[in-house]
Design a protein around this ligand. Sequence first.
Ligand SMILES: *Cc1c(COP(=O)(O)O)cnc(C)c1O
Length: 370
Amino acid sequence: MDHADLTTWLEIDLSVIRKNIRLLQEIAGVPVMAVVKANAYGHGLIEASRAAVQAGVQWLGVARIDEALELHRAGIRAHPIVLGYTPPERAGEAAQAGMRLAVYDSRVAQAYAAQAKAVGKPLYVHAKFDTGMGRLGASPEEGVEWMRWLHTLEGLQVEGVFTHLAEADDPQKPTTHWQLDRFDALLSGLEAAGLRPAWVHAANSAGALYFPRARYNLVRTGIAIYGLNPSAHAPLPEGFRPALTWKTRLTSVKIFPPNHGISYNYRYRTKSDERIGVCAVGYADGFRRQMGNMVLVRGRRVPVVGSVCMDQCMVNLDQVPEAQMGDEVVLIGQQGNDEITAEERAREWGTIHYEVVCGLANRLPRIYVE
Ligand SMILES: *Cc1c(COP(=O)(O)O)cnc(C)c1O
């Protein structure tokens, strides 16, 4: 497809997302919660969620209640669960839409119960424990008593218990086993007290792949379903593929004379006669304003020169003299025999690839292919 009507866009292969999820289901041997927060890591909340449901997913993990409501409004047939904090003021909406909320604080839990009673619908909750992430969660050591109390709150249905791993993407570190030992101690206590809920989950993508003991009866996988490695220390097994390609186009090709300034503040000057292309992508799309970016034109790597502007940037095309206005430029993905991965973009930008894909702006058209 040539998408001649577009200047910068994302191509997302939903069949790749489905295949990645099926691989994960096989490897983990338990149901997969597709984590689709942050617009499905830039891939598009609704479309990625539909693909996940087609692959058999029944749980969709989000960070905020508004993401869960969007799924509800789109009529997606899977349980959205809000993994982060939800203000009690919104618990009535959550109960009405049948979504699941994380709960870890007593006062908030009481307020949730009151809201659920007010709307006359049970609110399903998953109790979140902090076994070592240093973020949200109740204390696992006091967990049995707390869960006993939670069960007494009319209006709440305690459906799950979960925790989150801090260093599963570095499998050599002992942290994950230490966290899981604490979680297992809590689970034994709950079991003995007859309080173990139906669903128990702990693993993110790296946890699901590298720590079989972390799988329990549900894994919460985000990065892996999009075909991206959890980290360099925790790569995906064979068979996974990235679902997303980011493209733009050359909107101009011109030869500039030597010592000609390029872009704002002339942070780059031509050294000789230089063939300079303009790309229709800028920092407002999520392409960082940073020197030293490389992109692919006609299967070859070319440098971005001068400051990246809000909506455009310039490239030196001396290595690709045949390049023409209208040519596709690849920012993430394959072109010809070369590929720029989200990981490589992240290294260039001094961050991790999670941030690169989550930073893909909403204004970028997302084209879904199969
Ligand atoms: C984001 C998130 C995940 C998914 O993590 P990945 O590393 O992308 O698999 C799982 N659980 C929680 C609580 C999260 O916030």
